[in-house]
Ligand binder design. Structure first.
Ligand SMILES: *[C@@H]1O[C@H](CO)[C@@H](O)[C@H](O)[C@H]1NC(C)=O
Ligand SMILES: *[C@@H]1O[C@H](CO)[C@@H](O)[C@H](O)[C@H]1NC(C)=O
Ligand SMILES: *[C@@H]1O[C@H](CO)[C@@H](O)[C@H](O)[C@H]1NC(C)=O
Ligand SMILES: *[C@@H]1O[C@H](CO)[C@@H](O)[C@H](O)[C@H]1NC(C)=O
Ligand SMILES: *[C@@H]1O[C@H](CO)[C@@H](O)[C@H](O)[C@H]1NC(C)=O
Ligand SMILES: *[C@@H]1O[C@H](CO)[C@@H](O)[C@H](O)[C@H]1NC(C)=O
Length: 295
């Protein structure tokens, strides 16, 4: 009971702390948020002109960025960005690093654009507090950055319909708030890490080599040792057979040479048997006995 109350107090303290930290960084963030959006606009190719027509930085009344297409603010009269929703706006380029200046965003949706290149390996430093990240239907390539595991507030992570390669980082199991996770239609392979939520096969479909729950089980790693045993047995079998053949041939040739000696008394033909006798005294005596047996 005391433990439960203690852990509850602890949880409350932690959330208060988080809000204080967030709040402090936010109060002075107005200019940073403006710079953030300016940087995003400058770094992306605006192929359909949506940003060009709506993101006008000339009129700088408080809260002006809150009326930009795809921008939600915490408060409509305060230049503090809450969400960036730029889905399906014909934007082209690499991941806009300038988003790091929007320190208080909780949601980022860049889906259905023409973004390419890697997802930054320091993504967790760029969007530390996001609860929702949607990068689906672009052409992001490279591996899924393990640093995503540090975006510990993520509820939604959508990376489907890209060109991501490699395996899903096992550390993503640490995302214990995740509710939606999708990586279908990429170029991923390897085992699917454990997620503390029930995900469907569709979330992982259309990748060349993903395995494990909720897809088919990964091929058992005990296959290696088994083939090793089989190979070992085969080698042993061949060796035994070879020794058998060698022993058989030894006795066959000796018998032939003994018979020849007896028949023709040909010293030339007996060179092999003679050298054998000379080399090994025991075998020579054996051959003598067999000779006497034969006669
Ligand atoms: C941007 O919009 C202005 C008018 O608002 C227009 O004159 C200009 O050509 C546009 N630029 C591009 C690149 O679309
Ligand atoms: C700036 O925008 C605000 C609100 O959109 C508007 O009321 C104001 O007249 C504008 N100021 C200028 C100088 O355009
Ligand atoms: C992330 O890394 C890039 C270089 O790869 C760097 O330019 C950028 O400043 C970094 N962002 C943060 C927020 O650390
Ligand atoms: C996506 O990116 C990959 C490599 O990064 C490239 O080979 C491919 O052509 C791109 N696809 C499209 C549709 O741009
Ligand atoms: C993730 O967080 C851990 C622990 O705070 C830290 O050691 C690590 O460097 C972080 N990784 C990235 C890529 O930010
Ligand atoms: C898994 O999720 C449940 C509820 O969603 C939670 O009670 C439990 O602590 C979680 N387990 C881990 C290991 O995160």
């Amino acid at each position: 009971m005391i433990m439960v109350i203690r852990s509850q107090i602890f949880a409350v303290l932690v959330s208060v702390l988080v809000w204080l930290l967030l709040g402090c960084s936010l109060s002075y963030a107005s200019q940073e948020d403006i710079d953030c959006l300016r940087s995003i606009k400058d770094s992306l190719q605006d192929t359909l002109g949506y940003l060009n027509s709506s993101w006008n930085f000339d009129n700088t009344t408080e809260g002006f960025i809150c009326r930009f297409t795809g921008i939600d603010c915490w408060h409509p009269d305060e230049n503090r960005v809450l969400n960036i929703r730029l889905a399906d706006m014909g934007l082209k380029g690499v991941f806009p690093q300038g988003i790091a200046k929007c320190k208080s965003i909780t949601g980022l949706d860049l889906s259905s654009n023409k973004l390419y290149g890697p997802i930054p390996s320091n993504i967790s430093q760029i969007i530390r507090y996001v609860t929702s990240l949607d990068l689906s239907s672009n052409n992001f390539s490279g591996e899924i950055p393990p640093a995503l595991a540090n975006c510990s507030f993520l509820n939604i992570l959508k990376l489907d319909y890209n060109s991501l390669t490699g395996s899903i980082p096992p550390v993503l199991s640490l995302l214990n708030r995740i509710k939606t996770f999708s990586v279908s239609n990429n170029l991923l392979s390897g085992p699917i890490p454990y997620f503390n939520v029930s995900l469907t096969a569709e979330d992982f479909a259309h990748n060349p080599g993903l395995c494990g729950k909720p897809l088919d089980p990964c091929q058992s790693t005990s296959k290696g040792p088994k083939t090793g045993i089989i190979a070992g047995a085969a080698v042993a079998g061949v060796t035994v057979a070879a020794i058998g053949v060698a022993i058989g041939m030894f006795f066959y040739y000796r018998r032939v040479s003994v018979m020849r000696k007896k028949k023709d008394d040909d010293p030339e033909g007996n060179k092999w048997a003679k050298s054998l006798k000379g080399d090994k005294g025991i075998k020579a005596s054996l051959s003598n006995t067999s000779m006497s047996d034969l006669s």
